[in-house]
Design a protein around this ligand. Structure first.
Ligand code: HAM
Length: 426
């Protein structure tokens, strides 16, 4: 083979060795996501695969890893800087500003799309990956946070996945974070000799991200770092309190993680992540989100508050299959047409076209012997094999084998379509 797919990517392909790459599983899961979003009143939005680079630098923060290290950025033929979408919230807000009726109070959007990040590939981390996400735009209200988090969990429940942990925190406003950042810099500065080189480089640019470090030595230092909650205003604390109270009332369990900060700069107040239970691997976050402010303003609009989340499709589908090891999806054809010879194949081709136009399913055999035709029909779990060869044709009949009970019958060729019509739904 001379050509291989680009590193960090994967194909979704029928019959894939890995079941998570089978399109039927994707269709099943996507359908549950879309159906749930529709029940909650969300409408689908689609945006282009690439945007002008500053859509991301202005909104997600130039110091964030996603923008500073991981974007696929190139100049187009007119020298404009373009980036493949590393995340989908900023493009949705850019599209909202360009298309929406601003006098409408709230917009509730969902999307299912690809993201591109140049990160080190490993299981659960790809350079092209897919997200299902939602955004509620236009209002900030703890009740909306509660509804969005409840929906996030409902999606997983609808997939039959309950062995997860919801982490939640409040990171307050940009102003509260400035004071907190200054405290963090002063705290971490006294550990300069011990911090990892990554954390050292974050000390000046983005000290909050040190809290997220996976380095064992850093983690020990982080454990005693000042906690953001102590720097929130009374109003911010009250917002968070209302959210946790609302979750309690709904019986939703969560863990408050004072170190949860998120990797994109636009978040304020409530942030959350859903992780696999009992999984300490780095790639255990199934999906994540939070409240944000300032994205619309940074893109030239009036400020529009929002909240949303995005679910990593690959990790979620992999976890879904771990929870359902015997999951299969079958769409067996009702009729499997075995024509033995070009002329007879053609007759069956015409029959199959008519069956499909009546919304029946029919497949055509491409081989030459009855034995292998019947073997294929069984493998595909077809209900009926329709067999037409020279002998049958010359007698004006064709043979039908009911593969559910192996019973055989002969049918007049000129009555075959009527017989098929009667059995389309069986
Ligand atoms: P994020 O945390 O960067 O948030 O990504 C959300 C989810 O996408 C992650 O929890 C993970 O499951 C998946 N993910 C991220 N990177 C990769 C990767 N390289 N390979 C596979 N899966 C990955 C956002 O993107 C925000 N836009 C979410 C949001 C929406 N916040 C508000 N609204």
């Amino acid at each position: 083979m001379t050509h291989k797919r680009v590193k960090g990517c994967y194909d979704i392909f029928p019959g894939s060795k890995d079941l998570w790459k089978d399109p039927a599983v994707w269709a099943y899961v996507e359908n549950i996501f879309k159906k749930t979003a529709t029940l909650y009143g969300f409408k689908e939005a689609m945006t282009p695969s690439f945007e002008y680079t500053d859509v991301f630098t202005r909104s997600s923060g130039e110091a964030s890893d996603i923008v500073s290290k991981e974007m696929y950025t190139f100049l187009d033929k007119k020298g404009r800087s373009i980036s493949l979408k590393p995340e989908l919230t900023a493009p949705i807000i850019r599209a909202y500003l360009e298309n929406a009726e601003m006098n409408q109070k709230m917009y509730k959007l969902f999307y299912l799309d690809s993201c591109y990040r140049y990160d080190r590939p490993q299981k659960g981390r790809y350079r092209q990956f897919r997200q299902f996400g939602i955004e509620v735009l236009g209002k900030k209200d703890p009740l909306i946070d509660i509804e969005v988090i409840a929906m996030f969990l409902q999606i997983y429940k609808n997939l039959g996945i309950t062995n997860t942990t919801l982490l939640i925190n409040s990171i307050g406003s940009k102003e509260s974070r400035e004071t907190y950042n200054a405290e963090l810099v002063s705290y971490f500065s006294s550990f300069k000799e011990k911090l990892s080189s990554d954390s050292l480089s974050r000390l000046e640019k983005n000290p909050l991200r040190i809290l997220d470090s996976k380095d064992a030595e850093d983690k020990k230092i982080v454990a005693n770092a000042p906690k953001i909650f102590d720097y929130l205003t009374d109003e911010e604390k009250a917002h968070f309190h209302q959210v946790t109270e609302g979750l309690d009332e709904l019986g939703i369990s969560y863990t408050i993680d004072p170190l949860l900060v998120r990797g994109l700069d636009y978040y304020t107040d409530t942030v959350f992540e859903l992780i696999r239970e009992n999984d300490a691997s780095g790639q255990n976050t199934l999906g994540a989100g939070g409240v944000y402010e300032g994205i619309a303003k940074s893109l030239g609009g009036k400020d529009v508050p929002g909240i949303g989340f995005a679910i990593g499709m690959e990790r979620t589908i992999q976890y879904f299959l771990e929870n359902n090891p015997s999951f299969t999806i079958e769409n067996p054809p009702t009729f499997y047409c075995i024509g033995l010879g070009q002329e007879y194949k053609k007759t069956l081709l015409h029959l199959a076209l008519k069956i499909r136009s009546l919304e029946g399913s029919a497949e055509l055999f491409e081989g030459t012997s009855i034995k292998s035709g019947l073997k294929n029909a069984s493998e595909k779990k077809a209900r009926y094999a329709i067999i037409l060869g020279e002998i049958e044709f010359n007698s004006g009949i064709c043979k039908i084998k009911d593969l559910s009970n192996r019973e055989e019958q002969s049918i007049q060729l000129n009555g075959l379509l009527d017989w098929a019509k009667k059995h389309i739904k069986t």
